[in-house]
Design a binder for this molecule. Structure first.
Ligand code: GSH
Length: 278
């Protein structure tokens, strides 16, 4: 059966997936949800067997993916469109993440600050050319040490986890730099739902993908740790995440690094943040 792409009846994060599918000639079916009613998605959301229920989703046989970048890479790998050499792959990652950053700023502009910030946004847009990107660096190192998943299924799941973690980190950034004074309680309440997704996914596995550690575990460990600093009891309902956190810190190389003077334990954030540890 042809893969199924599900998304709203608008462009949003579904559009680049649609364009890639059309370009590659990959046969696919589309499930278009009405954002005006939202009812059909509400009834499908938790009934499609998605590990991290969201839109867009892409169901390709037994692979059920969300996170638009994970979907792009999955299709891209199939058609050899993620770069050929390691240098090309790293640059594809960097560009994709650069574009995601800019899209996030664009979303904040069009949904929140359009009336007051449009001119400033258009000015900063001109400078948006710094070529770094932490995920690209993680994947580059990860590929070198075979830590990005072995099978296509594992690779796609690593991508999905990394992007799921990036979504939560983005919410965390907005909290600590912007809304901390008024939204902390609400954030901590919603955090439980986000953590449950990771906890259910991890289940009783050692690492998120299975027995072998991948780059996703590093990103998720750090994300959990900064949330434990924000709310020391946030993992109390998630025994497996607590064990994961401990297991990671017990890795001999990590333990050694954390005990060394090279380890930076604080501050967590930049000087403009409204929250940090003493
Ligand atoms: N980082 C995710 C973001 C996904 C997302 O925010 N999806 C929005 C539409 S663009 C949505 O409405 N999701 C459905 C839901 O949250 O139930 C991705 O790249 O796929």
């Amino acid at each position: 059966m042809a893969p199924l792409l599900g998304y709203w009846n608008l462009r949003g994060l579904g559009q680049h997936v649609r364009l890639l599918l059309e370009y590659t000639g990959q046969e696919y079916q589309e499930k278009v949800y009405s954002i005006q009613t939202g009812t059909e998605w509400a009834s499908d959301k938790y009934n499609l067997g998605l590990d991290m229920p969201n839109l867009p989703y892409y169901i390709d046989g037994d692979l059920k993916l969300t996170q638009s970048s994970a979907i792009m890479y999955h299709i891209g790998r199939k058609y050899n469109m993620c770069g050929e050499t390691e240098k090309e792959k790293a640059h594809v990652d960097m560009l994709v993440n650069q574009a995601i950053d800019l899209r996030m700023k664009y979303i904040i502009l069009v949904y929140e600050t359009y009336d007051t910030q449009k001119e400033q946004y258009l000015k900063e847009l001109q400078d948006y050319l710094k070529l770094t990107q932490s995920s690209a660096i993680m994947y580059h190192i990860g590929r070198k040490y075979n830590m990005c998943g072995e099978t296509e299924n594992e690779k796609a799941h690593v991508d999905m986890l990394v992007n799921q973690a990036t979504d939560l980190r983005m919410k965390h950034v907005i909290l600590v730099y912007e809304t901390y004074d008024t939204q902390k309680e609400q954030y901590l309440k919603e955090l439980q739902d986000h953590l449950k997704v990771f906890s259910d996914y991890l289940c009783s596995k050692t690492w998120f993908i299975g027995d072998k550690i991948t780059v996703a575990d590093f990103i998720i460990y750090e994300l959990l740790d900064i949330h434990m600093k924000l709310d020391p009891s946030c993992l109390s309902s998630f025994n497996n995440l607590q064990q994961f956190h401990r297991r990671f810190e017990e890795l001999p190389a990590i333990k050694k690094y954390m005990a060394s003077p090279r380890f930076i334990s604080k501050p967590l954030n930049g000087p403009a943040a409204k929250f940090d540890i003493q």
